[in-house]
Design a protein around this ligand. Structure first.
Ligand SMILES: [Ca+2]
Length: 430
């Protein structure tokens, strides 16, 4: 999986090639110098808190392109595969049980780089008594995009399912579609679903895809009349689809979708709840230069496509930051390409992580964020037993607050039957 930017890579290489060929070497050098200065500035701002070392243990391999996890019982882990299955790990071993297979409902995912598919799962806050859970997946589009009269690339779906009581099987007929979103491009789906401490479901959507938030005159991130490039907040405890909570910030405002809780996102791939502070943390994947982590605030505008991290994007210079909410942390593409948002550690086994937000980049580096005064500092995390060729595709938090990371050795789902994905648990450093 991930979120990253193969399409963009090839485009970038072409651009760089052409630029060099057209003898604008000087500006390229100048730009590189500026990028280096910016990168240095961001390091100094972080005050370089101490590196920490943590340990990890492989729970299981044998998974195809794992994207997310759920923890229905202390002895069980559910793992979503991008290709459509929910797998069961029981007592630390991968079983042959398939809790649900969405393959027949989904688009056919590419074996190589791919951002669509089964991207996330969330258990209902009262899952243990009602057996309800929620999935985010991509299905074939059925309608035309009025902007270009082409069929949409696909439609993202948030749906509810129920477990058949006393089994490890979802009732396939129990599907209740909560909402759908047509996507003009295959990338930037967001795909985050999480219940807040308020019991409402938060859903993240990317900007529609392509590059630079190219859709419409102002892009989608700043267009309040679309869910694309937004985080939504909805009440799913209703009989039909969902309702909009009365205290959502934009209810009753003309030309603004009432489900919107916050705006200005490019690809908020992961969202998680810190059970201690009740805050929601978002890993927001950037364009070509800056990756960021945000804390979700009611009604806030996180700036895309006007800004990328703390830097002008459109326009490239002289942009106006007024009214925009900055990230709590950012990092330059000299350190990674796609942020994979994680969790604040509220477990007991790893005291050095207590209260820190643990997250990573798709390419492998792991960091923590810790609050110092009213700022967040970013420090490096060395993870023992981290697999050499691993791409981080997601993080998980069990019922005790212990953390896990998902790894895929392929850049995407891989060929049919590929099982190069694995899950690791963070454990005490020994
Ligand atoms: Ca932002």
């Amino acid at each position: 999986m991930s979120i990253s930017k193969n399409v963009r890579y090839s485009a970038n290489f072409m651009n760089i090639h052409i630029r060099l060929k057209t003898a604008t070497c000087f500006s390229v050098i100048l730009l590189s110098l500026m990028a280096a200065i910016f990168a240095l500035a961001s390091f100094t701002k972080n005050d370089n808190p101490a590196d920490i070392t943590i340990n990890s243990v492989k729970i299981t391999g044998g998974i195809q392109a794992p994207t997310s996890m759920a923890f229905p019982e202390p002895s069980k882990i559910w793992i979503t595969e991008q290709t459509g299955k929910i797998r069961l790990v029981k007592d630390g071993r991968l079983t042959n049980v398939v809790i649900l297979d969405l393959k027949d409902k989904m688009i056919r995912v590419n074996s190589g780089y791919e951002e669509r598919g089964l991207l996330n799962i969330a258990l209902h806050p009262e899952f243990s008594s009602n057996g309800k859970f929620y999935v985010f997946y991509s299905r074939p589009a059925t309608t035309q995009n009025p902007a270009n009269n082409h069929k949409f690339d696909h439609t993202d779906v948030v749906a509810e399912y129920k477990l058949i009581p006393g089994t490890d099987q979802a009732d396939e007929k129990s599907e209740r579609i909560i909402l759908t979103q047509d996507k003009p491009d295959g990338n930037h789906n967001g795909g985050g679903i999480v219940f807040g401490a308020d019991g409402y479901l938060y859903v993240t959507f990317g900007d529609g895809g392509g590059q630079h938030d190219q859709h419409g005159p102002i892009g989608n991130g700043q267009n309040m009349n679309t869910w694309l490039g937004k985080v939504l907040r909805i009440n799913i405890d209703v009989d039909s689809t969902y309702s909009v909570p009365k205290d959502n910030p934009f209810t009753g405002r003309f030309g603004t979708k009432p489900e919107i809780w916050a705006s200005g996102f490019r690809n908020p791939y992961r969202i998680s709840l810190d059970k201690a502070s009740k805050q929601l943390f978002i890993g927001e994947v950037g364009q070509d230069t800056w990756e960021e982590v945000d804390i979700l605030e009611k009604g806030a505008n996180y700036g895309w496509r006007l800004v990328e991290g703390n830097h002008c994007h459109n326009p490239e210079t002289g942009c106006d930051f007024t009214g925009l909410t900055p990230p709590i942390a950012e990092y330059h593409h000299s350190e990674g390409v796609s942020v994979i948002g994680g969790y604040v550690y509220n477990g007991k086994q790893v005291s050095s992580l207590k209260g820190k937000y643990l997250f990573g980049d798709w390419t492998g580096p792991v960091w923590y964020l810790q609050k110092a005064g009213n700022k967040w500092q970013r420090g490096k995390v060395r993870v023992k037993n981290f697999p050499a060729s691993g791409k981080i595709t997601g993080w998980g938090e069990d019922q005790s607050g212990e953390l896990y990371y998902l790894i895929n050795s392929e850049a995407g789902p891989g060929p049919a039957g590929s099982t190069t994905g694995s899950v690791y648990k963070i454990i005490k450093n020994q």
